[in-house]
Design a protein around this ligand. Sequence first.
Ligand SMILES: Nc1nc2c(ncn2[C@@H]2O[C@H](COP(=O)(O)OP(=O)(O)OP(=O)(O)O)[C@@H](O)[C@H]2O)c(=O)[nH]1
Ligand SMILES: [Mg+2]
Length: 287
Amino acid sequence: MFDFLRFKEVKEDDIDPMLEELRAELLESDVSYAVTEKILDDIKASIVGKKVKRGSDIEETVKETLKKSIYEVVGKGAEIDLIEAVRNGPKPYVIVFFGVNGVGKTTTIAKVAYAMKRAGLSPVIAAADTFRAAAQEQLEYHCQKLEVPLIKGKYGSDPASVAYSAISHAKKIGAHVVLVDTAGRMNTDADLMEELKRVVRISKPNLRILVLDALAGNDALNQAKAFDENVGFDVVILTKVDADSKGGTILSVTKELGKPIIMLGVGQDYDSLIKFEPQWFVDRIFS
Ligand SMILES: Nc1nc2c(ncn2[C@@H]2O[C@H](COP(=O)(O)OP(=O)(O)OP(=O)(O)O)[C@@H](O)[C@H]2O)c(=O)[nH]1
Ligand SMILES: [Mg+2]
């Protein structure tokens, strides 16, 4: 009884100015326009009409709701651990890495190989980027340093057969995991997408990782959509998060495609690959 004395209902007008501010903040963090609108709609739906104690801080309520809803969106990948997946998966566990040119695929593979070795797992790397001569040399350099077997193909040879040879080699030597590096390709290049499909069809990966670059901003979402439609992928590793970027891509990709971000590249060293923590992201967006 007399609830209205103690509670008041949140009206759209109460929160509109705050949502405006949030809209600007999300867009500035490179969250796509469509995703920003969806998130704001979710918040409106969960707050407008809600009864809050008179005298309580609506702004604080909105902020908490927003944080919670963002946490829920990006929290999906948090439980996926690459090392555990390999440890509990078939032997060898096959992972194919792909993405647009220069996003950091090869560097990320070296980092993953390093992490696997540290965890007591033995990797084999497949240099299925037979497109650029320098690509093989780049992997040779890493593999020598990390003492990881590398399977290469001739320049211009069939990348799918390089991946296949690497898997056969891994079986022969009892390696735990095969990391397949592929050539960078624009999401608009139909021929190269076909080639990638073939690599995937033949290597039958246990995990398909799309590598995205945090600096690509909104284009990263377009890339993710195109790779998803053409090839399909399971998870994302986002690189170059150490550069000046709030990583809004994380929110766009998880909200629009429902694909988890599992790891972040935060530098050029082998140990600059960290597990993605949803709370870290929420704090970063609101910092
Ligand atoms: N700062 C920073 N630089 C990175 C990160 N990951 C990769 N890079 C750099 O990005 C550049 C491109 O990396 P690569 O690993 O060669 O990229 P790629 O996707 O294999 O490139 P292509 O094979 O040509 O398509 C290199 O200079 C890397 O050192 C990261 O997490 N942080
Ligand atoms: Mg490369």
